[in-house]
Ligand binder design. Structure first.
Ligand SMILES: [Zn+2]
Ligand SMILES: [Zn+2]
Length: 241
């Protein structure tokens, strides 16, 4: 989602916390100027409702705002407690990170910090699934594809190329860093769904692809990550090179 729109929803969330829900109160909490066009874009996406000068978020808008605020305040807590950064520095860094932090990293930070409920400025951090489950262990963030089980989803972090040619062929299949892959069969071939395409890889190739495991709930939180229906492409032992 557009950063500008995320910033505005975040500002509305903060304004709601302090009870300044009018446009001026929201603008005061937003680092960028809010335009009429931005508000219309939010309304079109059914994230916001405008009634006169009153702005209120829809349930969908509140979900987005809540997760931006959660990422911002978790990052701030990390920067203040572990890195001991100054207020200005951690604030500006957190404002960047809130738009880009991957859910799996967000959860790892929350567990590392012991599920904090407030940030260094004493504002509430909206809890995540890891908090109610009181999760204590950070599952190893990176594994190769063969460590995933049937039904698991992973996000590609990097590909260890045996040869330049193989790397190019994997890239041509859409296997690039950042891409989500879902495993639906692990033997005899390793079958996965990548951006609507089904691929069959041999084990060798699968061992070269490193991923972070992604929980399904993280995907439903971020609808832009959803995967459309698949068509089949088989890519077998000819991947060996
Ligand atoms: Zn922000
Ligand atoms: Zn937590």
């Amino acid at each position: 989602m557009d950063r500008t729109l995320e910033e505005i929803l975040e500002a509305i969330w903060k304004a709601d916390e302090t009870g300044d829900g009018n446009l001026q109160g929201i603008q005061d909490k937003c680092p960028i100027p809010i335009t009429e066009g931005d508000l219309e874009a939010l309304e079109r996406r059914e994230l916001l409702k405008q009634q006169g000068s009153r702005l209120s978020m829809t349930d969908a808008g509140r979900i987005v705002a809540r997760s931006v605020v959660r990422r911002h305040r978790l990052a701030e807590t990390l920067f203040a407690t572990i890195l001991d950064l100054s207020f200005e520095k951690r604030e500006s860094l957190a404002c960047e990170v809130e738009h880009t932090l991957l859910p799996e990293v967000e959860e790892a930070i929350c567990i590392l910090l012991g599920h904090p409920t407030t940030c260094p400025d004493n504002k509430p951090i909206p809890p995540g699934a890891c908090c109610s489950a009181k999760r204590k262990t950070i599952s190893s963030l990176m594994t190769d594809l063969t460590d995933l089980e049937e039904g698991d989803t992973g996000r590609i972090t990097f590909i260890r190329s045996q040869s330049h040619e193989r790397l190019e062929r994997l890239t041509a299949l859409g296997l690039t860093p950042g891409t989500l892959v879902r495993v639906f069969q692990t033997s005899p071939a390793f079958c996965l769904e990548v951006e609507g395409t089904e691929l069959a890889l041999n084990r060798d190739a699968a061992e070269d692809i490193f991923v972070t495991k992604v929980a399904l709930s993280w995907l439903t939180d971020r609808p832009e990550d959803s995967m459309p229906g698949a068509r089949l492409t088989v890519f077998g032992s000819n991947l060996k090179s």
